[in-house]
Design a protein around this ligand. Structure first.
Ligand SMILES: C[S@@+](CC[C@H](N)C(=O)[O-])C[C@H]1O[C@@H](n2cnc3c(N)ncnc32)[C@H](O)[C@@H]1O
Length: 234
């Protein structure tokens, strides 16, 4: 199980690259995020054909992957166990008596440190779904984190098969229906050469061009955090 990092084909570690090149089959899960490179770039670098694995294949019919009796690389965008359901795949592999090796990489969960916000001061992470008419759990998480002075990271819904990714703006619109117009940090394309980070009120947050995107509402700020965020003010 190999984390690919956040953006380029070359973000894979040297160790993981050597292992991918030695594997008989290479699967890439396609449903939890999006990298900034084409699959063809990855195939060229790895020298391997990549088999695309959607959610049905990984979570339902994973026997195709687990019964190969050959060396299989399972590629995951970001880090292996960050905000994904891949713990379950590992559990099933172990039940099948398969030796699983995990190779980690960068994740959105740590890349948000680029905003200058202390990673130790993030509370529970939450997701905002596309269908959010009657959904209040992200707001409950925000309120709980704020009560404890902690930062809240919102991961945004995505349907890569439909090329549909929730934008920071959509997330702000959802939150504004339920909360005050807080100062927030919007992030897009973290891990790319030119990540977009903006610090603004929810109502004024706009102007992102890269995907994927995520949103943070800071809790209590240390002066060092305030200084960092000032550099991202619109
Ligand atoms: C379900 S999480 C998958 C996390 C991934 N496994 C990882 O370790 O980074 C996907 C969500 O994280 C956020 N995200 C992922 N990569 C991002 C990036 N490079 N920049 C900004 N947000 C990102 C988006 O909100 C996206 O919808």
């Amino acid at each position: 199980m190999i984390g690919l990092g956040l953006w380029n084909a070359k973000d894979i570690s040297v160790k993981a690259l050597e292992i991918v090149r030695s594997c008989d089959f290479v699967y890439l899960e396609t449903y939890t995020s999006r990298l900034g490179c084409d699959i063809s770039e990855m195939e060229e670098l790895y020298g391997k054909k990549i088999i695309l694995a959607n959610r049905e294949l990984v979570e339902g019919d994973s026997d195709e992957i687990l019964k190969k009796e050959k060396d299989v690389a399972f590629l995951i965008m970001g880090d292996v166990f960050a905000a994904t359901t891949h713990v379950d795949l590992r559990k099933r592999a172990v039940l099948h008596g398969i030796k699983v090796v995990v190779l980690h990489n960068a994740s959105v969960l740590t890349a948000v440190g680029e905003t200058g916000l202390e990673l130790y001061k993030f509370g529970k992470t939450t997701s905002i779904p596309f269908e959010n008419e009657n959904v209040l759990s992200p707001v409950d998480v925000l309120n709980m984190n704020r009560k404890n002075g902690l930062h809240t990271l919102f991961l945004l819904d995505l349907r890569p098969d439909e090329d549909r990714f929730m934008s920071v703006k959509e997330a702000c619109e959802y939150l504004l229906k339920h909360t005050d117009d807080y100062m927030a940090v919007g992030c897009a394309g973290l891990g790319s050469d030119a990540p977009e980070i903006k610090y603004a009120k929810l109502s004024e947050m706009e102007g992102f061009s890269l995907i994927p995107q995520c949103l943070i509402i800071p809790g209590n700020l240390h002066f060092m955090e305030e200084e960092s965020l000032a550099g991202f003010k619109k």
